[in-house]
Design a protein around this ligand. Structure first.
Ligand SMILES: O=C(O)CCC(=O)C(=O)O
Ligand SMILES: [Fe+2]
Length: 339
């Protein structure tokens, strides 16, 4: 298999803001943070983020635009040197379901960039529908296959079960773990698929798999319908799978899923995120996960903040009864959302 070169974005996967861009973003984020009522989930505040996203530094805007055209071989973009809180990052939270409601400077910067890419959205049954969510280790949840855990997090498509899962996932680092060993892992379908024999790829395209809701969703299992884990173009497909919640419906499909997982293990890239780094993963083409680390629950643990972006807001209208940014986790029975 080969990916036609004209569809591959030649720009690099790492973009570092220079000091003038860092300062301009800090100033823009500070003005957004000052917009009343200073709450990330307020519709008026989100409207201000959308409007002000047009004032981001021009070189950054161009790079974001290219990324939404084509996310490159690694299907990710790492932005570096984003502004952090001038007074220092507060202690890392450690409660389950922690979210960022207040408009801090880093949260404002994250929302500005997310709103420049598309529409920042959330799901009502996950992290109470907050747009900016904390990714922090939680005492007693070490072995949890979700972002509150600290054991190895299996490779997954974010919200793989959902017909309108995020197009992009943004993960911004406020603080890494004490030993600087927790690594975000990203595996692009463009690196995985060439490792698979054609008959295995053909099986992965067939509706012989079920993907259930992940542990982070407060939802009953049992509503999944058979689907392919590879979809779309056979030369440059999309990939949707979560190795913690995908089941194959027959033996041949199970073998193909195992070979896919092996290819993923050989393909992932590791990112040791530093404070001020923001990684965007194209959730249609890349899986992500995380290596293990040891939390201390002393206020200095690893802390990421996460957003989800949709590139086509209209597509989810039936799942947003009040028209805002938060999607129903389950589609109403009389609507069609599958893509
Ligand atoms: O902890 C990480 O680096 C990734 C966690 C994750 O998969 C997520 O928050 O969606
Ligand atoms: Fe994730």
């Amino acid at each position: 298999m080969s990916v036609p070169s004209e569809v591959m974005n030649p720009a690099g996967a790492v973009f570092r803001l220079d000091s003038a861009e860092h300062d301009a973003l800090a100033e823009l984020a500070a003005s957004l943070a000052g917009v009343s009522p200073g709450l990330v989930d307020d519709d008026g505040w989100v409207a201000a983020a959308r409007r002000l996203s047009g004032d981001l530094p021009v070189r950054l805007r161009s790079r974001l635009r290219e990324f939404t055209w084509d996310p490159g071989t690694d299907a990710m973009l790492l932005l570096r040197n984003l502004p952090l809180e001038a007074a220092g990052t507060p202690p890392t939270p450690s409660v389950p379901g922690s979210v960022q409601r207040g408009a801090t400077l880093p949260a404002a910067a994250l929302m500005l960039i997310g709103m420049a890419l598309g529409e920042v959205v959330a799901f009502d049954k996950e992290k109470s529908g907050a747009l900016v969510q904390d990714v922090v280790p939680v005492p007693g949840m070490e072995a949890f296959q979700g972002n509150a855990g600290s054991v190895k997090l299996n490779m997954h498509t974010e919200n793989a079960f959902h017909p309108l899962r995020p197009d992009l996932v943004g993960l911004m680092c406020l603080r890494n773990d004490h030993e600087n060993v927790a690594k975000l892992r990203v595996a692009s379908v463009r690196r995985i698929v060439p490792l698979l024999p054609a008959p295995v790829r053909a099986v992965l395209h067939e509706p012989r798999f079920l993907i259930e809701a992940p542990a982070s969703f407060d939802m009953p299992a049992g509503s999944a319908r058979p689907r392919g884990v590879l979809t779309g173009s056979h030369d440059d497909p999309d990939l949707t799978v979560d190795f913690s919640s995908t089941v194959a419906l027959d033996d041949e499909a199970a073998d193909a899923l195992l070979l896919l997982e092996k290819a993923v293990e050989r393909s992932y890239r590791e990112l040791l995120l530093q404070p001020g780094d923001l990684a965007f993963v194209d959730n249609r083409m890349a899986l992500h996960g995380r290596s293990a680390f040891v939390p201390r629950y002393d206020g200095a643990d690893r802390w990421l903040q996460r957003i989800f972006v949709h590139l086509d807001h209209r597509r989810s209208r039936a799942l947003r009864p009040t028209g805002g940014q938060v999607l129903l986790s389950a589609a109403p029975a009389d609507t069609t959302t599958e893509r």
